[in-house]
Design a protein around this ligand. Structure first.
Ligand SMILES: C[S@@+](CC[C@H](N)C(=O)[O-])C[C@H]1O[C@@H](n2cnc3c(N)ncnc32)[C@H](O)[C@@H]1O
Length: 229
């Protein structure tokens, strides 16, 4: 087992432990529902901070990749986005986001789809803002997922990161902006290489550090911009 997979699986176990039995939590001054097998957004400052740092386009549209419990998607709708599309590869996350959108009265403007990256979207769909709080730890290309929660932490061969950087720009409106929340457990050099290959660059927008029992993790929001612009 590689160190990355060990770190990812320890993180998964920690998430399972911290979320076990939790069905309700408070974040950003609101009450939320959490379903089993869904990333618990209260164990680190990532979800709350990214949700507050993003520049929501008033009256515009957001695509949230990997929506989990749906906090960012719902917060965006409450913050003035007219249309939010939220997708996740894990079915429980899709159900969870729908429930939280209903709970906060924004189900009419939050569309939720089960999707592996952009797969369930139409090729012509464009958004003013596209964002993913990513599963930053790279797993080997032959890694086999055995728990849904592992999708929150581990990305096999960085396939999803590559897809996000390759396909994300094609789903932006003319003035659309692409962002990724990428924590320091991830391999920033590898992400940078993918960006270079796609003719993109990463610009750090904001960051915060959090001390876990075993290490300090930095949660960083990057804007992904066409190189040269
Ligand atoms: C770190 S969690 C973030 C969850 C939520 N956005 C939040 O901030 O609380 C990453 C999310 O990405 C989802 N994910 C991972 N790979 C994906 C893929 N290929 N397509 C869609 N979603 C994916 C995971 O299931 C998980 O919900």
């Amino acid at each position: 087992m590689t160190n990355n997979v060990r770190t990812g699986q320890e993180e998964t176990e920690r998430l399972l432990g911290e979320a076990s039995g939790t069905t309700e939590f408070e974040l950003l001054g609101l009450e939320w529902t959490l379903l089993p097998d869904v990333f618990a957004p209260f164990h680190s400052p990532s979800t709350a901070n990214y949700s507050q740092w993003l520049p929501y386009p008033a009256g515009g549209t957001l695509l949230e990749m990997g929506c989990g419990a749906g906090v960012t998607a719902v917060y965006a709708a409450l913050s003035g986005c007219a249309g939010v599309t939220a997708v996740d590869i894990v079915p429980a996350a899709v159900d969870n986001t729908r429930r939280n959108a209903e709970r906060h009265g924004v189900a009419d403007r939050v569309r939720v789809l089960e999707s592996d990256m952009f797969g369930a979207l139409g090729t012509g769909e464009r958004f003013d803002l596209v964002f993913w709080n990513s599963n930053a730890i790279e797993a080997p290309a032959d890694f086999v997922y055995t728990k849904d929660l592992e999708h929150s932490v581990l990305d096999r061969g960085y396939q999803s990161h590559r897809a996000y950087l390759r396909e994300g720009p094609r789903h932006l409106t003319d003035d659309g902006r692409l962002f990724i929340g990428f924590n320091s457990r991830g391999d920033l050099d590898h992400l940078q290489r993918i960006a270079d290959e796609e003719g993109l660059r990463l610009e750090k927008v904001d960051s915060t550090s959090h001390e876990f029992p075993d290490r300090v993790v930095e949660f960083r929001l990057f804007e992904i911009i066409r190189a040269g612009s």
